[in-house]
Structure formats: C-alpha cells, structure tokens
Design a protein around this ligand. Structure first.
Ligand code: THU
Length: 131
C-alpha cells in the first residue's frame, strides 16, 4: 500500500502533463490498484470540446487496460478556490469498478481532504440492476 502523501505527489506531478489548451484547467489523478500499482492520468482536451477526457478516467482506463482490477484509492489534484471533486461522469465510471474507494482531493498549495466515493456518489446506478 502506498502512502497518501506518495499518491498526492503522483497526482500533482501528473497534473503538469495535462493537455488543457482550451480551459487551462489542469487536473492530475493517481489511482492505486489493489496490487499496489499506481496509474496516473491527466485531462486531455479536444478541439471538439465534448471529446475531452478527465484525468480520473484517463487513470482508470489506463489501469483497466493494463489488467489491474480492484482499487483502493485515488488522489485528484487541481488548482481551484476549493478542492476539486470528480465530475459526475467520473463518479459513475469509478463506481463501475469499485464500490468502495477512498477519494483524496488535493491541490498544489498542500491542502487535501479525504472522502469515500459512496459519500460523493450515494445512490449509484450499478451492474446488479442489470440482471
Ligand atoms: N476535469 C477533470 O479532468 N477532472 C475533473 O474532475 C473535473 C474536470 C477537466 C475536464 C476539462 O479538461 C477541464 O477539467 C475543465 O472542465
């Protein structure tokens, strides 16, 4: 298990790789898998704005495509007046892969706050409803 501080450092570093020429809003994420691997992601914007992908989903899709399953926590780094939580789409997709996930919000000013995904996304649509 990686420490929270390590995960925060990875998210802050990933944030600097964001491709955000339209919003100039840089976001980084670091997702820790159950096997201890850490997958980072940044937001990658498109000239066709709606095709933009958030940092959280970049990290998650990298992890899934590398064979990781089961996740312990994610750190999300951005710079805004208050800490930046994941958008609704990312909350759903994170919930698709982990019912219980620690979500650490952080910024370059050294502030951070920890939530559970279930607090941020309390009434999810999930796979059990499809059977
Ligand atoms: N963004 C993320 O990467 N994650 C979030 O949780 C919020 C929003 C990105 C998408 C877009 O590139 C920019 O931030 C502004 O919305």
């Amino acid at each position: 298990m990686n420490g929270r501080a390590t995960l925060i450092a990875s998210a802050l570093e990933a944030r600097l790789r964001a491709h955000a020429p339209y919003s100039h809003f840089l976001v980084g994420a670091a997702l820790e898998a159950a096997d201890g691997r850490v997958f980072t992601g940044c937001n990658v914007e498109s000239a066709s704005y709606g095709l933009t992908i958030c940092a959280e989903r970049t990290a998650l899709f990298k992890a899934i495509s590398e064979g990781a399953r089961g996740f312990a926590r994610i750190a999300i780094a951005a710079e805004s007046p208050s800490l930046t939580p994941p958008c609704g789409a990312c909350r759903q997709v994170l919930r698709d892969h982990c019912a219980e996930l620690e979500v650490i919000l952080c910024n370059p000013r050294g502030e951070s706050k920890v939530f559970q995904l279930s607090e941020l996304f309390p009434h999810p649509f999930h796979d059990q409803m499809l059977s």
